[in-house]
Every structure is written in C-alpha cells, then in structure tokens.
Design a protein around this ligand. Sequence first.
Ligand code: HEC
Ligand code: HEC
Length: 200
Amino acid sequence: MKDHFTTVIIIRDALIVGNLKLAKWNASFLAKHESDSALASWIMHVDQLRALATKVADAPSLEVATTASAELAVECGRCHAANAVTPVFPTVDRRVPASGFRPHMQRHQWAAEQMWDGLIGPSETRWNDGVAELAETPLGQDSIFTSASATPEITKLATDVHALGAEGRKATSWNERAAIYGRLLTSCAACHAAIPPATR
Ligand code: HEC
Ligand code: HEC
C-alpha cells in the first residue's frame, strides 16, 4: 500500500508539471501489480486498478492520462470503502496566505494534494479542504509573468483552476469529482507546459 501511495503521488506530480513521459513510466509499474489476495471482491478492485494504470501508461495525450489518473485514485477509494478502511494520510500544514506568485502556486499544490487524498481516502474533509483553497482570486497576468506577455489561453487557464474549485464544491459523487480533478490536472499541466522556463 505504501508503494502504491508513493507511485501514484509521482504520477500526480509528474502530470501537474506536464511530464507525461514520467507519469506513464510510473503507471506502467502499477499496471503490472499482482493481487495479494484470492478474494473475488479484492481481485475485482485490483483488476480495475490495473486497467486504469494501463490507460495512463498507454495514454496518447495528457488529457487521457489526467482523466485516467483521477479515476484511478477513485478506484483506490472504492476498495477502501468496500473494506471499511480509512487510510490515515500525513497532514501537511496549510500554506501561508502570503501574496505573490510562489505562495499562490504553493496553495494550488496544497489544494491539489488535499483533493487527491480525498479521492483516495475517500475523504469528504480532504476533498472539501482542497476545493475551498481554490476559492481565492485568480492571479492577474502581471503576476504570472516576469518577462513574457500573457496569451488569452494562459489567462484562461489561470481562471479555469479556480472555476474548477467552485465546480468541485458543488460535485457530490466521486465520479463527478474525478472528472473535475482530471480537468484540474490538465489545467495545471497546460499552463506549466505553455510557459517555457526561460520566460518564468
Ligand atoms: C484491493 C483493495 C485495495 C485497493 C485497490 C487499494 N487499497 Fe489501499 N488499502 C486497502 C486495505 C485493505 C488497507 C488497510 C490494510 C493495509 O494497510 O494494508 C489499505 C490501506 C491503504 C493506506 C494506508 C496504509 C497505512 O500504512 O496506513 C494507503 C495510504 C493506501 N491504502 C493507499 C492506496 C492507494 C494510493 C491505492 C490506489 C493506487 C490503494 N490504496 C488501492 C485496500 C486497497
Ligand atoms: C496560469 C498558469 C498556471 C497555472 C494554471 C498553474 N500554474 Fe503552477 N506555475 C506556473 C508558472 C509559470 C510556474 C513557474 C514559476 C517559476 O519557475 O518560478 C509555476 C510553478 C508552480 C509550482 C512551483 C512553485 C515554487 O515554489 O517554485 C508549483 C508547486 C505549481 N506551479 C503548482 C501548480 C498546480 C498544482 C496547479 C494546478 C492546480 C498550477 N500550478 C497551475 C503557472 C501556472
């Protein structure tokens, strides 16, 4: 379980920075995971997990990988719920409410982590804490860039992240939440890929 947890965190964070290759490579390990129980109900969840991991490993695009990763996290949660298990996640302190670009990004990261734990738990508290963190004002284009100029696409992505937080607050089923989470990861990734490091 600990290994699973580490692997899926690597997948999530690789997707956030737009590194599809790294995400796929890690998913390929999870796709080969053997079931460690002969119980039919157990095998069903493991099979589903492997199918979703395979989908990430073979993803032809970032969107496919982000969507399947979020579905995978929900599948972890389904098995936990079925076995009445409540994994205890390490608590990471909420980020300081400082102004500026970096603290804003660090709050995004914190939100993405809480929502993710929410899917895996499953945990209503973690999910709600995460979406609440996205309720702040989107960054203005001046603070996204130090040198390059903002394209309409990038300005839209900055707003999308927060709009998805609002959608996430309204969503009640884990399937809906997974779809929103997949789109959130895509927005993080798309902006990180659109702004080349030299202009950051
Ligand atoms: C087939 C059922 C099943 C699936 C699928 C599953 N889990 Fe679990 N998980 C369990 C059970 C049962 C426990 C409690 C016993 C244990 O720790 O092994 C658990 C415990 C955990 C824990 C707590 C471990 C600890 O030491 O406190 C974490 C974290 C975890 N799972 C993460 C995940 C992640 C991430 C996934 C998806 C990639 C996942 N699990 C998929 C059944 C499952
Ligand atoms: C509108 C564009 C944009 C969006 C959307 C965006 N980011 Fe960023 N992010 C950036 C840029 C640009 C950097 C690079 C900053 C640098 O190199 O100093 C960055 C850097 C980061 C960092 C590193 C911060 C640090 O301390 O150096 C993290 C973490 C991060 N983003 C997380 C996220 C997460 C999670 C999301 C989605 C929920 C997200 N970002 C969405 C533009 C964006």
